[in-house]
Design a protein around this ligand. Structure first.
Ligand SMILES: [Zn+2]
Ligand SMILES: [Zn+2]
Ligand SMILES: [Zn+2]
Length: 173
């Protein structure tokens, strides 16, 4: 596949279309970061910088941060922020899915939204807000950490603590 004289793989061609579809120019840094995100769902920015620079040493960390910001702004990537952890990035967007987070090692897994449409939970009292989104984080211990045993962490094996981390909405005027 040829585009502007550069040999592109099928995957790169697909990503180039995705970038153009949201009004972003197709650049090597953007393609590289999309590559990294595809390989490492729920990676933090530092991990993405390291991986992107391993493939393209000329990329500056600032360039990678800039790409991440642009991808999130245009809806090609999603940024999640589990409490106490750095922001994590993923390509799975716009499906209202939620996350399981391991308290011990920070492992993150996707959970399909039971309802599939935002907001999937109704607050007992909306306090006059119009709620348009509910992000749910299920905290617990991943399988590996249950096997390893985690003294000091008072979560029974298999238990998942539920917390509706955040609801966002605009107040009614
Ligand atoms: Zn774990
Ligand atoms: Zn996810
Ligand atoms: Zn849901």
């Amino acid at each position: 596949m040829q585009d502007n004289g550069v040999e592109w793989s099928l995957m790169e061609t697909t990503r180039a279309h995705q970038l153009r579809a949201v009004g972003l120019r197709v650049t090597r840094p953007r393609l590289s970061v999309l590559d990294v995100l595809a390989d490492r769902p729920h990676a933090d920015a530092d991990t993405i910088v390291t991986a992107a620079r391993a493939a393209h040493p000329s990329l500056s960390p600032q360039a990678v941060y800039g790409v991440l910001r642009a991808l999130v702004e245009r809806g090609l990537a999603r940024r999640i922020e589990p409490a106490g952890a750095p922001a994590l990035f993923e390509l799975r967007v716009a499906d209202n899915h939620h996350h399981l987070v391991c308290r011990s090692c920070g492992a993150v897994a996707d959970v399909d939204c039971a309802v599939g449409a935002a907001p999937c939970l109704d607050p007992s009292d909306t306090a006059g807000f119009v709620v348009d989104e509910a992000e749910v984080v299920f905290w617990g211990l991943c399988r590996d950490c249950q096997v390893a045993g985690s003294p000091g962490i008072a979560v029974p094996a298999g238990a998942v603590q539920f917390s509706a981390q955040e609801t966002r909405g605009g107040a009614i005027a």
